[in-house]
Ligand binder design. Sequence first.
Ligand SMILES: [Zn+2]
Length: 425
Amino acid sequence: MKAIINANVYDYSSYSEDSYIKFEDKITEVGSMKGFNGADEITDVGGALVIPGLVNCHTHLYSAFARGMTIPFHPENFMDILQQLWWRLDSALTGEAIYGSALSSGIEYIKNGVTTIIDHHASKNSHGSLALIKKGVCDDLGMRGVFCFETSDRFDVDEAIAENLSFLGYKDGKSAGMFGMHASMTLSDDTMKKISSAGAKFPVHVHVAESIDDQKDCYKKYSKSIVKRFSDYGILNENSILAHCLYISPMESMLIAKNNCFAALNPSSNLNNAVGIADWNTLSALKSNCVLGNDGLGFNMAKEYQTFLFLMRYRTGSPVGFGNDELKKMIENSYTLASKLLGIKLGKISCGYEADMLVLPYFPFTPLNHGNVFSHISNGIFDSFRPTAVVVAGEFLMKNNRLRADEAQINRNSVIIAQKVWDSL
Ligand SMILES: [Zn+2]
């Protein structure tokens, strides 16, 4: 039995000071230090804050190898960004590049307190790619992950479907599969029919209206909206992730909620690609079905939470148009979604939940209490998010700022692999 002691514990619903947490792979006991009666392995955090590990609900681990890459890049629209950058990179990914980028990305996520990753993968060879990512993220680093391959008309559709289906067999609490699709604009009706018959009962993970071009393409070719098109194919299964949703209508928003699917919003990536800003007036109807991801842009989810908070205030035209309560709800939704996909209980520091936790030294200079603790999180902790310890399934992946994994060795190897990928472009 392990224990974290002298902790201030916050899990978005309760806050307690001078506490201890006992755990193995799951949390077994939480209480006041006055009642602490010892454990086999004790970690004294000296009054630091302990919160649940963060979840990234939409990312692309392979995009790590774009850092520092220089290729001709003169996009005039979103399709140009895909064709000139991302589709060139993913087409060059070998097995060692898929595995190497997963490892190096995972290390960055651990340092940023992200313990569960929902990844959306693409590479030239689909076969076995998801098992390679799982090996890096879950088996080697000890994190949790949900993985899928983006089926699209760019790839061999049958092979992409087969890769998704083969990985949907995995579900061990640490990892699980979804059915991956790129976006409406790269999925013909023939492909959609195949997906509909092959993956009908699984949650899908797909980009939706990341740019206005995707929605325009759908109306032009199929005379209906993207979400309606997917709904008509019967693939909006429970716990599906529709990433971005920048240009959806209130009717599409209702369809997402009605089918218990989730919209995963990625504010920084949208700004970086200059594709637009999510419309909170439409999305607020999805109260329990909105989550946040980062679309593979960096690794700092705390920054993403803050960016979204500020951006929605701008978008609604009001400094109170999007509040801390809404942000807190979105973070809680991310635990609900990840818990359902993995078949476990995440997001609370409470008996029976998975022992996925972060230690954050935080010594406030204004009063902190149960009533204002999330305000300290959103304005203080997220502003300078530096966990010193990260625990997943009861194992310390980082302790006293030292990673369990050999970061220097892994990244030295990644540099060699990334250079090979760049040389092959
Ligand atoms: Zn994406």
